[in-house]
Design a protein around this ligand. Structure first.
Ligand SMILES: [Cu+2]
Length: 237
């Protein structure tokens, strides 16, 4: 029976490692998002594998040792080898997940020395402003102009410099799977390399007052040549 349980556990873990589902995460639309997506799937697969293994063991114990006679089963208090195993295995799992997390965090937070584009992202109560300072383009959201649009080139790395003029906000595009706070007095930045052309929703992810829920923006990713044309159009008087 134990051999069958181990076989089932190994099969479950093996299967989950081969064809990992998304476990509810959005499809990543950037290189950095892909890193987070893969890490998340690894975590979810490990948790599922451990969960299934525990449930199988519980079911085995409940069925195998159900009360069939009035005899009290063996009450052996210690089993040192088993205790070592069930302490060591979770430790190994936690260490592996920890190392994978640090490596992913390093890659996602890495800032290239030479970004292809720099956009100054300013959050304020309760709108966003996107400034392409080198190109002389500024997009500001307002109740009149509607949700502001951040236009980015596909396949190029854009540095987003994140500032706030009042309270804490947080820049979050769910399909980039990366979120970074805008904190008064702190210069935060993230690099994003979009891999999908399309339009994606963005929101403020840090409660910042009355109209926080309306502090939205959209991101339009264009193929690089179309992006260059967009810059030309925007800068042509
Ligand atoms: Cu907010």
């Amino acid at each position: 029976m134990l051999r069958r349980i181990s076989l089932l556990a190994v099969t479950t873990l093996g299967l989950s490692a081969c064809e990992l589902p998304s476990f509810g995460a959005p499809d990543p639309a950037s290189e950095q998002g892909r890193e987070v997506f893969d890490l998340y799937r690894g975590f979810a697969a490990a948790a599922t594998g451990v969960g299934v293994f525990v449930i199988v063991l519980l079911a085995y114990v409940v069925i195998r040792y159900r009360r069939r006679t009035d005899d009290i089963p063996s009450q052996k208090p210690y089993n040192v080898p088993v205790e070592i195993i069930y302490t060591a295995i979770p430790l190994v799992i936690v260490c592996v997940l920890f190392v994978l997390s640090v490596r992913t965090e390093d890659r996602v937070s890495a800032e290239t020395d030479s970004p292809d584009l720099v956009v100054d992202v300013v959050g304020f109560q309760w709108q966003w402003q996107f400034g392409y300072l080198a190109e002389g383009i500024v997009v500001t959201g307002s109740p009149e102009t509607g949700i502001p649009e951040l236009v980015l080139p596909e396949g190029r790395t854009t540095r987003l410099e994140l500032r706030t003029t009042d309270v804490n906000h947080s820049f979050w595009v769910p399909q980039f799977l990366v979120k970074r706070d805008l904190i008064p007095g702190i210069d935060n930045a993230i690099d994003v390399t979009p891999t999908e052309v399309g339009t994606f929703d963005g929101v403020c992810a840090e409660y910042c007052g009355l109209d926080h829920g309306r502090m939205r923006f959209s991101v339009r990713v264009l193929p690089a040549d179309e992006f260059d044309r967009w810059i030309d159009e925007e800068t042509t008087p």
